[in-house]
Ligand binder design. Structure first.
Ligand code: HMG
Length: 390
């Protein structure tokens, strides 16, 4: 029985900063960001947007299509959760009116949390094929102002509907995975910005890619050339190029020409280049971008996914794109959302960045910005109050 991704929906904030603006302010050559990192814009969440509102907006589109009745599991993968105890998924469960008979959990392992959610959801659907699971990956990526990580910031969410006989991607059972206790990127509970050993983090990313690929190759007997397209976790899009080149080297295939890299990776990078890192959502934002934008029909073709979460946990797996998948994509919605965003000046970006959610027990109401279907209306006696706006 095939199990996998039945529908996929992506959401990002309605505001962005062009990295040329950031480069000018920081006195950096803009080509370092545009070419060196492969990033053009970063999505900036206004004060009334967070991982819950982004995740709920992404998921709402799926629930509107298929109804909520068969959803028995909601897994919310994030490293920018809004509460130390309560799952962000429970806010979404309420906003979307999901059934009370539903298991709802928040998962954390940096950018890997979405993949953990996906694999757990697939396991549930294998046992109960008539049921569906909702996996939401949502994050706000923040680094210190002026730090090397700053131009890789971003935010966004992806919702995946997991089912038997999926319409988009049947996920293969085999996977290579790897865990290791390293300090390449982390965020202590008392900080709102991540700490990172940037260059080291890229090295660990690549070494765990090789470890997981070797396992995958051994279990499946497949070669790199058996994969029609490769999706990688995208902290910034140049990282995917480095990853693909590293795999070619491992396979002793000649270094790929720019045209081949564009063919294998290009469509999967389109959205991330416009949003920046979306942490747990980033790999699946790449998958949505690939399916939405690849000029070729990928039906019946096998594609790979590499998930990396700092700390670290990595997984290499694959799936077969389902014939006729194109009619079930939300490509127009995704493109219109990205095209309809509002550009910020540097000053506006820094003001939003410096805004801190109040921590006292007062009754705080937030000014309305442009958001998706939901916004954080206020915080009253430490209780977050979300509002549906459409
Ligand atoms: P940096 O030191 O500012 O940049 O940090 P750099 O000096 O390494 O330059 C970057 C690239 O731009 C280089 O290309 C330069 O040559 C090029 P490369 O040598 O790598 O091919 N460059 C230029 N190109 C054109 N014109 C120019 C120019 N100048 C330079 N004028 C770093 C880069 C990625 C370290 C930094 O942005 C950072 O710390 N980012 C955050 C950490 C990160 O993204 N790590 C990625 C792997 S870990 C991961 O993916 C997990 C993560 O998502 C978190 C999670 O799991 O939750 C982050």
């Amino acid at each position: 029985m095939n199990v996998g991704i039945d529908l996929i929906s992506f959401q990002t904030a309605q505001y962005f900063l062009d990295l040329r603006t950031l480069a000018q302010t920081r006195g950096v050559d803009p080509e370092k960001y545009y070419q060196g990192l492969g990033q053009e814009k970063m999505a900036v969440p206004p004060p009334d947007e967070d991982s819950v509102t982004l995740g709920a907006s992404a998921a709402r589109v799926l629930v509107d299509q298929v109804g909520a009745q068969d959803i028995e599991l909601l897994l919310f993968g994030t490293e920018s959760g809004v509460d130390q105890s309560k799952s962000a998924g429970l806010f979404v469960h309420g906003l979307l009116n999901l059934p009370r008979r539903c298991r709802v959990i928040e998962l954390k392992e940096a950018c890997y949390a979405g993949t953990a959610g996906l694999q757990l959801a697939l396991a549930m659907v294998r046992l109960a094929p008539q049921k569906k699971a909702l996996v939401i990956c949502a994050d706000v990526a923040r680094y210190d102002l002026g730090s090397p990580g700053e131009p890789t910031q971003g935010c966004g969410a992806v919702a995946l509907l997991i089912s038997a006989q999926p319409r988009l991607l049947a996920v293969d059972a085999e996977a290579g995975f790897h865990a290791e206790n390293v300090m390449d990127f982390w965020r202590p509970n008392y900080r709102t910005e991540a700490l990172v050993d940037g260059k080291y983090s890229t090295l660990v990313y690549l070494s765990t890619l090789v470890q997981t690929w070797r396992q995958y190759r051994e279990f499946t007997g497949r070669k790199l050339t058996d994969l029609a397209r490769c999706c990688f976790h995208l902290p910034f899009t140049r990282m995917a190029e480095k990853a693909y080149i590293r795999l070619c080297r491992e396979e002793k295939i000649p270094e790929p020409a720019a045209e081949e890299i564009r063919h294998i990776l290009g469509p999967s990078l389109v959205y991330n280049r416009q949003t920046g890192n979306t942490y747990a959502a980033s790999l699946y934002e790449g998958l949505a971008a690939l399916l939405d934008n690849d000029p070729q029909d990928l039906g019946d073709r096998r594609i790979s996914l590499f998930s990396y979460g700092s700390g670290c946990m990595a997984e290499f797996f694959s799936g077969i794109v389902q014939p006729g998948y194109r009619q079930y994509l939300m490509a127009d919605r995704h493109r219109e959302m990205l095209a309809g965003r509002t550009e910020l000046t540097y000053r506006q970006y820094e003001d939003i960045f410096r805004y801190q959610v109040p921590e006292d027990d007062g009754d705080h109401v937030f000014a309305p910005y442009r958001t998706g279907y939901y916004r954080l209306q206020g915080i009253k006696k430490h209780v977050r109050c979300y509002q549906s706006i459409a």
